[in-house]
Structure formats: C-alpha cells, structure tokens
Design a protein around this ligand. Sequence first.
Ligand SMILES: [Zn+2]
Length: 185
Amino acid sequence: MNYCSNCGKPVKLGTPPGDDRPRHLCTACGTIHYENPKVVVGCIPEMDDNILLCRRAIEPMSGKWTLPAGYLENGETVAQGAQRETLEEAGARIEIIAPYALFNISYVSQIYVMFRARMLDDHFEAGYESSDVRFFSENDIPWDEIAFTVIKATLRQYYKDKPTGSFPFHMGDILPKSRENAGEY
Ligand SMILES: [Zn+2]
C-alpha cells in the first residue's frame, strides 16, 4: 500500500501506540490501515453419489480441478457466499447441508470455510472462471490435477468420512511447501 484510501496522501509503515506490529499509517489524516485475513468460502456439491468439480479457466492453476470456492463478499454470510460461488463458477443451485471443514492457511492469511451441500437440481454449467464442470465419483477424482492443497485436503477428508456415513466438522492447518499436510486439531 502506498497511498491512503481515505485521503489519497502517502502512507508509511509504523507501529501505532499500544499495537504490536507495523501498519500502514497515513501521514496526513492519521488513518491506520489494518489488514486482516481473507475468508474463502466454498462447498462440496453432492448429487447422488457424485460431487461437482470445476476446471479452472484462470490463473493460478488454470486447467486444474477444484471445488467451487471464492472470497467472501462484504455483507454476506459464509453460507450465502458458498451458494453464490457455486452458482457463479459451476452454474449450480445448492442448499447447504452443514459446515464441514475450516482450514487456516496462515502463511497467505487466508481462512477456508467449506460446506457440504446438496444440489437442488441436476443443472450445471461452466461460469466465467471455469472451462469445464463435471460430476465425479470417488474413483474418478483426478487427484493429480487438483488445484490447491486445501481442496485436496477437503476431498481426502470427505472420502475418509463418507464410508462411515458421518461427517463431523474438521479444522486443520495448511502449511507452506508440503503436500499432504492438513494437520488436524
Ligand atoms: Zn489519509
């Protein structure tokens, strides 16, 4: 950040009194610009024994498969965000079954909140950010072509729980530069 979003004057890095870390401070109007983690919301859209995956049409990880997920918008609940992202990326209407997993990705300041969801009908289509959308059964999941570690961790947990018929809430951490690292609490 170089300029104040409040008044347009230059900002500098400094630790405000009583704070314990540097912030962007406006030299003119005094605004302290706090930066906090972003929340990504998404879901596992189920229909019968299949789930819906999207093939990414945009970078990063263009061409790889992922679950519908994206940044939560202001004014949205996490469930509304997951429904909106699923409609935008997969053209699918869902109802939320339950919150399923939370992953901290602290090294990029992101928090993923993933739901289990039921498709309301069998309609789907690739949205702007997707080049393809398809149903997959467990045996067809393209494990080597899943876009992000956090999505792979969500899917691995899901297929671990599925045979038990019980889907408890999971919380884990995604760490940098390793693959199967969703350490669970
Ligand atoms: Zn300012």
